[in-house]
Structures are given as C-alpha cells and as structure tokens.
Design a protein around this ligand. Structure first.
Ligand SMILES: *[C@@H]1O[C@H](CO)[C@@H](O)[C@H](O)[C@H]1NC(C)=O
Ligand SMILES: *[C@@H]1O[C@H](CO)[C@@H](O)[C@H](O)[C@H]1NC(C)=O
Ligand SMILES: *[C@@H]1O[C@H](CO)[C@@H](O)[C@H](O)[C@H]1NC(C)=O
Ligand SMILES: *[C@@H]1O[C@H](CO)[C@@H](O)[C@H](O)[C@H]1NC(C)=O
Ligand SMILES: *[C@@H]1O[C@H](CO)[C@@H](O)[C@H](O)[C@H]1NC(C)=O
Length: 305
C-alpha cells in the first residue's frame, strides 16, 4: 500500500511542473543554401544539429530559407527557440542571413516584452549573431579550420547561465583538454570585441582561444537576452565521425549533451505553440528523411529541402 501511494505521488510530479515549464519544446533549426544545388536539393540542414537538440528532449522544425516575412512571423509564434547552424554561406547576403535577421529581431522584441525566446548560433551562426548585433564589426582570418582546442575560460564563466549546470570535472576537462572542435577560417578577434562598444555592451565573453597568432572569442552569452554563441561545434563530438580531429572521448560527448541540455532548457521557458496539432505535425522535421553522405562528407547525414 505505501508503495502504491509513492507511485501515485511521483506520477503527479510532472503534472505540477508542467505548469511552470514547457516540457514539449520545439526548436527551429535554420537551413542554408546548398553550394552546388540539384533539383529538390537547394537548401540543407546537417542532421547533427537535429540530433543535438533531440538528445536533450526537444523536437525540431526546419526553418526554410526564402520564406515570406509573414511566414517567418507565424513560425516564430509557433516555436520555442531557434538554432543557427554552422556552414558556408554569406552572413551579409543569403537566404540564411535574411531568415536569421528576421528571427533575431523578433527574438529581441519578444524578450523585451517578457516573452522569453532563446537563440543559439554555432560557428557560422556565431559569426551571424556578431554581424546582426554589430554590422560594422569585422572578422579576422584565423588558422582554425579543423582543430580541437581546450577553452580558455574568462572570469565571467563562473556566473554564466550557460555553464552553471556543468559538473566541475567537465569544466576542468574543457579547460585542459582539446574537447571543442573548430572549423572556421574567420574569427572575432578579442581585440575587435574589446574595441567594439556594440558587441561589448551586448555579449559577455565566456571563453577565448588562440591559433597561436590571434586570440579570438569562442563562447558568448548576451547580458540581457537568452542569446548564445559558440565559434566551436558542440554537436559534432557525439554525432559527426568523418574528421580525425573531432573528439569523441567521454568528456567530449558529455560536452555535447550538457550544451544541448542547457539550450533545450532555455526553450522550455517559452510557451509559443502551433495553432493546431496538424500544423505542428506538418512542420516537424520528421516529414523529411536525412541522407547518408558516405565516409568522406563532413556531415554523416544531411536533410535536404
Ligand atoms: C522532386 O520532388 C518531387 C516531390 O517530392 C518529386 O515528384 C520529383 O520527382 C523530385 N524530382 C527529382 C529530380 O528528384
Ligand atoms: C595552422 O595550424 C596548424 C596546427 O593546427 C599548424 O600545423 C600549421 O602550421 C598552421 N599554419 C599556419 C599557416 O600557421
Ligand atoms: C587565456 O586568456 C588570457 C587572457 O586573454 C591570456 O592572458 C592567456 O595567455 C590565455 N591562455 C592561453 C592558454 O591561451
Ligand atoms: C558602426 O557604424 C555606425 C554608422 O557608421 C556608427 O554610428 C557606430 O558607432 C559604429 N559602431 C561601432 C561599434 O563601431
Ligand atoms: C573518400 O576519399 C578517399 C581518399 O581521398 C577516396 O579514395 C574514396 O574514393 C572516397 N570515397 C568516396 C565514397 O567518395
């Protein structure tokens, strides 16, 4: 009998907590132009970003390029956060940039009225966020296309939202082992950040790195908004295998999971929803099948649109 009571009271817990958090978060992942488009393959999302979010309990909706502002506004009201992936398109003029700018501006406005809407940028997405916050900030060339590095944490990390839930041992491993994979030729030099008032006021730097010549910003969170960026790739450690410099150690894979858990928990604080269950079903990424790209592709699987 006491056992039965225990079971009953436990089963009530999710009911109570669901009043305070959204435990069915849906996160948009932005698509981008395919470099050499084919019929029916004009834009794509690497599946690792989808798996990254799914691994922490979110579902994913692809945010396609070249939609109308009205379509983006309706989608914004239906999803609980957005992720701008890495890739190779222009952050100044592309379908990726146009969509990223609309969602960034909608997110700023929403957050100002207390509608908590998180935004995440990885690699190109990080660079896109910097450009959206300060269009006249310039990136610097760096020798970082294919190298795993330890993070050089700043003093601000200890009070950050992003790393608050990370176990102390994992923080030590992140600071001492090459667990963060970099695949970029452009970086935000720390010296650029330090002399750019717009960026300095907006973002707190949580880590830096160096290629031996220039020191660059590698992790940020915005002071007043749930906007986050990593120049490195948290999703690759668990889900991409075709490059020898991607780390797969237990701590590397934990890094993927803790970053995903952090961002998905941010999305749980948002209560946007689709107008109907049918609309939600039609929008989910389950409507598309990822394609296996073989052993030489930098992405194991890709969704094409
Ligand atoms: C493109 O997609 C449509 C709809 O799924 C299909 O009917 C058509 O055969 C596809 N074309 C090519 C070239 O794959
Ligand atoms: C770039 O960095 C790699 C190590 O990651 C090093 O082997 C290479 O010499 C560097 N290249 C230049 C041009 O500095
Ligand atoms: C970490 O960053 C600090 C501050 O910029 C710098 O003085 C230090 O040399 C960096 N350490 C490494 C290992 O790059
Ligand atoms: C960016 O450019 C605008 C217009 O030229 C200028 O007003 C602003 O101060 C610049 N911002 C930075 C951080 O340099
Ligand atoms: C992958 O790359 C290797 C080495 O360049 C090459 O021999 C092989 O044919 C490639 N495989 C595919 C499926 O493209």
């Amino acid at each position: 009998m006491p056992l039965l009571l225990l079971c009953l009271s436990l089963s009530l817990l999710p009911f109570y907590s669901s009043a305070m958090i959204n435990d069915r978060p849906i996160i948009g992942v932005l698509a981008q132009e395919v470099y050499q488009p084919k019929p029916n393959q004009t834009s794509y999302i690497a599946a690792s970003y989808v798996k990254f979010l799914e691994s922490a309990g979110a579902r994913v909706v692809p945010v396609l390029i070249d939609q109308t502002p009205e379509e983006y506004r309706a989608l914004f009201q239906s999803i609980n956060g957005i992720l701008y992936p890495g890739g190779g398109v222009s952050i100044i003029s592309s379908g990726y940039e146009r969509a990223a700018k609309i969602f960034y501006e909608l997110a700023i406005q929403a957050n100002k009225r207390g509608d908590y809407f998180p935004v995440w940028g990885t690699c190109l997405g990080f660079e896109q966020l910097m450009y959206l916050t300060s269009p006249n900030s310039t990136l610097s060339h760096s020798n970082t296309s294919g190298v795993a590095l330890p993070l050089n944490f700043t003093a601000a990390t200890k009070d950050s939202r992003m790393f608050k839930g990370f176990p102390a041992e994992l923080m030590e491993d992140l600071a001492s082992e090459p667990l963060t994979e970099n695949s970029h030729q452009w970086s935000l030099a720390t010296s650029t950040y330090n002399t750019n008032e717009d960026l300095r006021k907006f973002y707190k730097v949580l880590s830096t790195n160096t290629d031996g010549k220039i020191e660059f910003v590698s992790t940020v969170e915005a002071y007043d908004y749930p906007i986050y960026g990593t120049q490195w790739h948290p999703e690759k450690n668990a889900f991409e295998w075709s490059r020898p410099y991607i780390p797969h150690s237990p701590s590397a894979v934990k890094t993927t999971f803790y970053m995903a858990e952090f961002f998905v928990n941010e999305a749980r604080k948002n209560f946007h929803r689709f107008e109907s269950e049918e609309g939600e079903s039609r929008a989910l990424i389950y409507n598309y099948s990822p394609v296996y790209k073989g052993p030489n592709s930098s992405f194991q699987q890709i969704y094409y649109f």
